[in-house]
Design a protein around this ligand. Sequence first.
Ligand SMILES: Nc1ncnc2c1ncn2[C@@H]1O[C@H](COP(=O)(O)OP(=O)(O)OP(=O)(O)O)[C@@H](O)[C@H]1O
Ligand SMILES: [Mg+2]
Length: 218
Amino acid sequence: MNNETNVTWHEHRVSREMREKKNGHKGCVIWFTGLSGSGKSTVANTLDHKLYQLGIQTVVLDGDNVRHGLNAGPGMLKGAHGEDFSSRFGLGFSAIDREENIRRIGAVAEIYTQTGVIALTAFISPYRIDRDRVRNTLKDGEFIEIFVDAPLEVCEERDPKGLYKKARAGELKGFTGIDDPYEEPESPELVLLAAEKTPDILADEVIEFLKDKAIINS
Ligand SMILES: Nc1ncnc2c1ncn2[C@@H]1O[C@H](COP(=O)(O)OP(=O)(O)OP(=O)(O)O)[C@@H](O)[C@H]1O
Ligand SMILES: [Mg+2]
């Protein structure tokens, strides 16, 4: 039998403190949230590059990439013998699928945090309750919620993937900001004015925050 009661928790021999000491910085999750097209991926990758140059251990978890692997969707998930696993494990864009998508990403980001890595996540993550659930899996100060704040008009004008156009035409249902809600964070650690400043300046604002909180050295 392999039920929950038979799963034991292993104490790790290499402590988190040891890893953080070796890395020279703390582990945390930097959770970017905002409308599609607000600039989450752009800022996350700009920040990732800057942190890399500072010798900091990072990982980027980004929407589309994760939905090709860990959280593959309908038709994309096959068993070893070619069976369709999608109906059981695949994730689409319904409310519960979005919830499970964020839960899994949060669990992965939490593992990185435990190993002293700074995990940068770039998901619309439109529902407050889902983001708060991830926050609650981490200790105080480890979940840094960053609202990538750009007005819907600006995001729609950018529309690099043509998704807003499709949503407006009714070809894409349940699109955040159009016919599905985006719940702005109530008390994010940081708000980035993503329609007014360059990605470079925004990434520097995050670095200042990390220094201020002694997550990385100043
Ligand atoms: N600060 C900025 N100023 C001007 N343009 C920007 C800025 N940040 C991103 N962009 C541009 O806006 C577009 C959308 O950016 P990006 O793909 O990073 O958004 P996103 O929030 O990751 O969207 P999605 O949720 O769809 O993945 C891109 O064309 C990008 O070059
Ligand atoms: Mg993106």
